[in-house]
Design a protein around this ligand. Structure first.
Ligand code: GAL
Length: 940
């Protein structure tokens, strides 16, 4: 028999009630996992005893009172600062730490440009000893079938390796803070693999850090939580092997408790081994996301241990269902009370106002070394719904779950969530909270341009803000689970997220990509992603894979898809499972395994093909939602224009259709695309012709490192926004289409063509209006109206004369917006403009400063490539420089950088001091510029 004490705080003086926890009857429901015991208990059964108690005050009377969160021993501490880092294994080590024997040979689909010699100095020869049997048990909790779980071998893996030893002297290693991308500092491998960005992401890296664990940590559970490390992590504490996780995009936890020494210095060691030929884009290398030390009482809410759903939502009320998994890591059986209070959050994510609903989860008896799930629900009155701007607001709530044992709060765990309804209608498209919403989405990779793969919140927020300005309302996290910060921001900003798991399954795209892990790890990886992300209101679809080879694998390929879809349905039946299909035919078995049918390129018809598959899939799958999971793949370089300009909806890239091969650039008339892809104009027409199509995800929002189709450069040409964050012309054709109520007009190209006087130089205009009149030096060139399925206005016969181009756009006959472009004179001066003039003095915050090369009258010189030098003083540093040129092999860390077509970027990062940061830009022959950014200490 166990005893539970529940403090009743709401009645003024603190009272204590004692209840008898019915341990033995509960135990009879228990079933065993291999090492752990899991029990699923409907709250209604176990809650009865506790409910009685809470009725006397804990539950209902809390509603409406501003109850502070009770103190809990849970701590989540950043482990980002002060690591030692080195590349490569110790030369004198006899021990192989290779995860698994690597398949030999050259993989890769090889259908795309940009490939070159693969790195040669990184692939270790296959070793006789491999360590995967040691690593696999880390994922046991995420394997459903006990028979499939793994047993840790006897002994201590790597105990003899010098770098693992607590006494090893790492003082000569590099001092780094996390998040850290070891490859972004180069050097460029100019003859290397353009596909992965020509940076040295591959190889082995070691990280060491001393943890001071206070004596008071004795008896606590202590975990290491990594949001992501690239890749094949292996962890030791105090010379003892702890665990590891191979997939570099996954978040994972290892339990440090058995090896921790409270009251002493503890040596934490992490080895990464990032294989070459493991990615089709730049993956980065290193511990590139945040890392946390989590301390709890032995009885605590499990890792990602809550799951909230809202099955019934109306204006008057919402049902909030909550599952809580409680772990008992102690050596005794315990009785635990579970109670949850729900608060509204304000737009900054702070709790606001009183408790709006409570859940009395129940009283649970949990055997030692076991876990237990309780499931309960409550009704929340007048719910404020989560929905995307501009028509809705992303209102959020937080559920604060409290565990009580022996009269004490032993855990307090917060689960932010949102309440919204999703409808995926096969004929009418997507609805959120009853309102139709066209998915205006983009695909993006995870890198942050010149900052590399290391997550930085401000850089990511800038990416999302720029996309929102364009009218984007959805992100596809191609082709992997994102940093958790992306989901937090999307929740806050009202962006939808299609959360993707894999770029390949068993069928490889590269020799050492995820296909080598799929068999052993797909279940753990997928369940980890679902557990981590399923409470985020922004997540609206789960994508199990991108263009996987299994699409063409008949029934066998479909069976793999079905296995993954089953896992998704089991973990989260509230959202559809989807996959991005470029080759699955509408009559093949593959799409039958999916809820939502994502089509890559084939929806509108790839290239110039008139063979649109949207209607074919719609016909064959009359009950499924169909949408463009990946569209366009238009290519362009900001500020580059080639002639002749393709007619109609554009052309596949080639010498006379958009390519500037000698300079490895692509024209920005936005009518040039890869053979499998198309232009915005063609995709928009397909979306409008087939209104049942739910919308699209454009490839890509931002340029990214790697995949520089069609040339062998360092970064992509696909982005609507370049690698530095400067908008290409394409930005405005999307803004015109996605924000029809926003007054805008945009002229292209620039108008500085001394060599084209007297030559035909087409002018195109993007506008959210429906008509426009163009003027050259005050003379009208005629008024043009968009026809059906036309998305740009074009003056294709215009003969170039320098001067001023002006467009006046109209909507429904009334003047709507204007734009002006002037011919520039010779470069004469620099101008500097920060995106934020005040930043936090926290060593993380950034100001992105745009440097513009101008003529004497202040007109941007659109072809200037002057070399600019930067000096910085005050409490800030230059985190990176860039100009968005895919062909540039200037170092991202250099304080000297050339402009590309008139623009250059300097990223200033605060140090920890407050005060003015002054950036000076200078260039021979040009008037310099300077800008001040204030670093502000956090307000107390
Ligand atoms: C798609 C693929 C993307 C990217 C894109 C470039 O087929 O899914 O990852 O490679 O092509 O056009």
């Amino acid at each position: 028999m166990n005893i539970l004490k529940i403090p009743l705080k709401n009645s003024g003086a603190e009272k204590t009630a004692w209840y008898i926890a019915p341990m033995s009857p509960i135990a009879s429901f228990q079933f065993f996992r291999r090492n752990k015991l899991t029990l699923i208990v409907p709250g209604a059964v176990l809650g009865a005893v506790l409910a009685l108690a809470l009725q006397s005050g804990c539950a209902s009377s809390r509603v409406g009172s501003p109850a502070p969160a009770p103190a809990s021993p849970r701590e989540r501490l950043s482990l980002d600062m002060d690591w030692r880092f080195t590349k490569g294994d110790p030369t004198n080590s006899q021990v192989s730490l290779l995860y698994d024997v690597r398949p030999q040979g050259r993989g890769g689909r090889g259908r795309r440009g940009g490939g070159a010699a693969a790195p040669t100095d990184a692939a270790p020869a296959p070793a006789p000893a491999v360590i995967k049997q040691w690593i696999l048990p880390t994922g046991n909790d995420l394997i459903k079938d006990p028979a499939q779980r793994h047993t840790r071998p006897e002994g201590n893996l790597g105990g003899d390796v010098p770098y693992v030893q607590p006494a090893f002297d790492d003082s000569s290693w590099e001092h780094v803070n996390l998040p850290h991308d070891w490859a972004i500092t180069g050097p460029w491998i100019t003859n290397g693999d353009g596909g992965t960005g020509k940076l040295p992401y591959f190889g082995i890296g070691w990280y060491r850090k001393t943890l001071d664990l206070p004596k008071s940590d004795a008896g606590k559970s202590i975990f290491l939580d990594a949001d992501g490390a690239m890749s094949y992590s292996t962890v030791w504490l105090n010379g003892q092997f702890v665990g590891g996780w191979p997939y570099g995009y996954e978040s994972w936890r290892v339990d440090l408790t058995p090896f921790a020494k409270p009251g002493q210095k503890n040596e934490l060691v992490i080895r990464l081994d990032n294989p070459p030929q493991s990615s089709r884009w730049y993956p980065g290398g290193g511990i590139y996301r945040n890392v946390w030390l989590v301390k709890t009482a032995p009885v605590h809410v499990a890792h990602w241990g809550t799951y909230i759903t809202t099955p019934d939502v109306s204006a008057a009320s919402a049902t909030v269902k909550l599952k809580v998994t409680v772990e008992n890591n102690s050596k005794q059986g315990v009785s635990v009370g579970v109670a949850t209070q729900i608060f509204a959050l304000d737009s900054d994510g702070n709790k606001t106002g009183p408790v709006v609903a409570s859940i009395i989860g129940g009283l649970m008896g949990i055997a030692p070394g076991s876990s237990l799930v309780t499931e309960d629900k409550t009704i929340l009155a007048n719910p404020k719904l989560w929905g995307p701007y501009p028509d809705q607001k992303p209102n959020r709530y937080v559920a604060v779950t409290t565990l009580m044992q022996d009269g004490h709060t032993v855990d307090s765990y917060e689960t932010p969530f949102g309440i919204r309804t999703l409808k995926f209608d096969p004929n009418e498209g997507f609805f959120i909270n009853g309102q139709h919403l066209k998915i205006n989405g983009v695909c993006d990779h995870h890198d942050l341009g010149a900052l590399g793969a290391a997550i930085n919140e401000r850089a990511l927020r800038r990416q999302l803000e720029t996309l929102v300005d364009m009218g984007c309302n959805a992100i596809r996290t191609s082709h992997n689970p994102p940093a958790p910060e992306l989901l937090d921001m999307a929740d806050e900003m009202g962006l939808l997220v299609m959360d993707e798991a894999f770029d390949c399954w068993l069928s490889q795209k590269n020799n050492l990509d995820y296909h080598v892990l799929f068999a052993d790890w797909h279940e753990q990886d997928l369940r980890a992603q679902l557990h981590r992300d399923r409470n985020h209101p922004c997540v609206f679809m789960w994508s199990i894979g991108n263009e996987v080879g299994e699409q063409g694998g008949g029934e066998a390929g479909a069976a793999v898809a079905r296995g993954l879809a089953d896992i998704v349905h089991e973990e989260d039946p509230t959202r559809p499972t989807t996959s991005a299909q470029n080759s699955a035919g509408a009559s093949s078995p593959f799409p039958k395994t999916l809820d939502a049918l994502g089509l890559n390129y084939q929806g509108a018809g790839g290239g110039l093909s008139p063979n649109a598959q949207y209607p074919v899939f719609h016909r064959n799958f009359p009950t499924n939602f169909v949408y463009g999971s990946e569209t366009e793949s238009t290519i362009s370089s900001r500020g580059v224009y080639t002639f002749p300009v393709p007619q109609g909806i554009g052309a596949v890239a080639g010498p006379n259709s958009g390519e500037d091969a000698p300079n490895r650039q692509v024209s920005s008339y936005d009518l040039t695309f890869t053979s499998w892809a198309t232009s915005p104009d063609k995709e928009f027409a397909a979306q409008d012709r087939y209104p049942f199509v739910g919308g699209q995800f454009v490839w890509t929002g931002w340029d990214y490192l790697g995949e520089p189709t069609p040339f062998n450069s360092r970064s992509s040409y696909f982005g609507i926004i370049d690698l530095a964050g400067f908008k290409k012309d394409r930005f405005y054709i999307y803004q015109a289409y996605w924000r029809p109520d926003f007054r805008m007009a945009h002229i292209l190209p620039h108008w500085t063509w001394p060599e084209r006087v007297g030559q035909v130089t087409p002018v195109h205009v993007y506008t959210s209006g429906d008509e426009a009149e163009l003027f050259l030096n005050g003379q009208s060139l005629g008024r043009k109206k968009k026809g059906q399925y036309e998305y740009r206005l074009r003056w294709d016969d215009l003969v170039y004369q320098p001067g001023t181009l002006k467009v006046v756009a109209f909507k429904n006959g009334a003047e709507w917006a204007t734009d002006v472009v002037n011919t520039a004179g010779a470069p004469a001066a620099l101008a500097a403009a920060p995106d934020r003039a005040a930043i936090h003095a926290d060593g993380q915050d950034l100001s992105f400063v745009t440097i513009t090369v101008q003529d004497a009258k202040g007109v941007m010189a659109p072809r200037a490539d002057n070399l600019i030098h930067f000096d910085i003083t005050g409490p800030g540093e230059i985190a990176a420089t860039d100009n968005g040129d895919a062909t540039s092999f200037e170092s991202f860390q250099s304080h000297d950088h050339k402009a590309f077509n008139g623009l250059c970027l300097v990223i200033i990062r605060s140090t920890k001091g407050a005060g003015p940061i002054v950036l000076k830009a200078s260039s021979p022959g040009l008037k310099g510029a300077s800008v001040t950014v204030q670093a502000q200490a956090p307000s107390i």
